[in-house]
Design a protein. Structure first.
Length: 403
């Protein structure tokens, strides 16, 4: 069954993680993603570890796309790109601002060729401002946006979030922006440019930290697994490992104290709500640690679940990969790998579940230039002689070292 974005055509100039993740999400939902790569290929193709010479990193964020090689540094390559722009709904790129303009493919040029085009630009700091021309990767925006300063062990050094949250958040907001612009175009009939900054996205997801600072002057700090303003909401050691859980209002607090055998502190009013507990965790935490030390993780999970206290063991990736809930929800899927030796690679599936048109993740990532002939012939009506001439002139020819 066709996905919810079936019919949406995206000309994808993105590379590496942030932009490629965004267009992958659009592709999962049925959009036709035409990934334009230079003859050397997306640099992500070189990233290890590799499976049969295929980058697992590249594969994980480029599934289901069509790869077209175009040397945009040439006039002929630029002409091909402009012709494709006239036939698509969205152009996506995540270069440093000004790069597409220097190639002659900036928004002001593209909208003349297609007034309905949605031009989605994702960069480290956006198209305006004093940092506009600075390069940025995930760790830079994590550092600059403040999230690293509040992540890590209590009183410890700053810690990078374990996933590339600067890139991923940028990618997800790019999807939201694109879909918003496409929806608006249905009313106005014209396209527009989306200017998205990865740093802006970091500020957006730190909403609680910033409002507390502006309201009280409080600067968020690393607190390990604790929540900044709500307790109990963290991980604790048990007799044989760790357990993470959260305790809500007074009613659930009472039940929790009964389960751990500490109803004697129920009379302490300062522990009756989550914010007050967070302010008094230095004295409360040792009490809970001592109580939990008398049982194993499994024993506490059983007791907490019986009284509806949300809880979980702390899984590593291998354990999460066999989690029965994730398996039931089909959150891992095998995709064909077109490497020389064939086979398949297992990737995380789309989490979007729709009752009629759920995403169908069935195709793996493309080889470099795998769909060049197909796209040029089907979309631009080029015959094989014209395509072969472009190959001879190295306009659409992949470099063999990346193939």
């Amino acid at each position: 069954m066709a996905g919810p974005l079936d019919g949406l055509k995206v000309l994808d100039f993105t590379h590496a993680l942030a932009g490629s993740y965004a267009t992958m999400v659009l592709g999962d939902m049925g959009a036709d993603i035409i990934k334009v790569e230079p003859p050397t290929g997306d640099r992500a193709r070189l990233q290890g570890p590799k499976f049969d010479d295929i980058s697992t990193y590249f594969f994980s964020i480029n599934r289901g796309k069509k790869s077209v090689v175009i040397d945009l540094r040439t006039d002929a390559g630029k002409e091909i790109a402009l012709k494709l722009v006239e036939l698509v709904d969205v152009v996506a790129e995540n270069f440093t601002p000004g790069t597409m303009d220097r190639l002659g493919l900036g928004y002001d040029v593209l909208r003349k060729h297609n007034p309905k085009i949605i031009y989605a630009a994702l960069s480290g700091f956006g198209q305006t401002g004093p940092y506009r021309d600075k390069p940025a990767l995930d760790i830079v925006v994590q550092a600059m946006g403040g999230i690293m300063s509040m992540t890590g062990p209590e009183n410890g050094e700053p810690v990078r979030v374990g996933v590339s949250i600067g890139d991923i958040c940028g990618g997800l907001f790019l999807v939201i922006g694109i879909l918003s612009a496409v929806t608006e175009r249905q009313k106005s009939g014209v396209g527009q440019m989306l200017d998205l900054s990865m740093l802006d996205c970091q500020a957006a997801i730190l909403e609680n930290a910033f409002i507390r600072y502006f309201a009280t002057g409080e600067i968020a700090r690393p607190m390990g697994t604790k929540h900044q303003v709500a307790a109990i909401h963290q991980a604790f050691p048990t007799k044989d490992g760790h357990i993470a859980f959260t305790v809500g209002g007074l009613e659930q607090w009472t039940v929790f104290l009964e389960v751990i055998g500490r109803l004697d502190i129920l009379s302490e009013v300062k522990y009756h709500d989550r914010y007050s507990r967070a302010q008094n965790m230095k004295e409360l935490e040792p009490i809970i640690i001592e109580a939990l030390s008398h049982g194993t993780t499994d024993e506490w999970i059983k007791k907490f679940e019986e009284v509806a206290i949300p809880c979980a063991r702390i899984n590593n990736i291998g354990q999460a990969a066999t989690n029965p809930q994730l398996l039931h929800r089909n959150m891992f899927v095998d995709l064909p790998c077109t490497a020389a030796k064939g086979g398949s690679l297992t990737v995380s599936n789309s989490p979007i579940k729709l009752s009629r048109t759920s995403p169908q993740v069935v195709k793996g990532a493309p080889n470099l230039g795998e769909h060049t002939d197909e796209v040029l012939s089907s979309m631009l009506d080029m015959d094989q002689d014209a395509i072969n001439l472009l190959k001879i002139n190295h306009i659409i020819t992949p470099e063999e070292t990346i193939a």
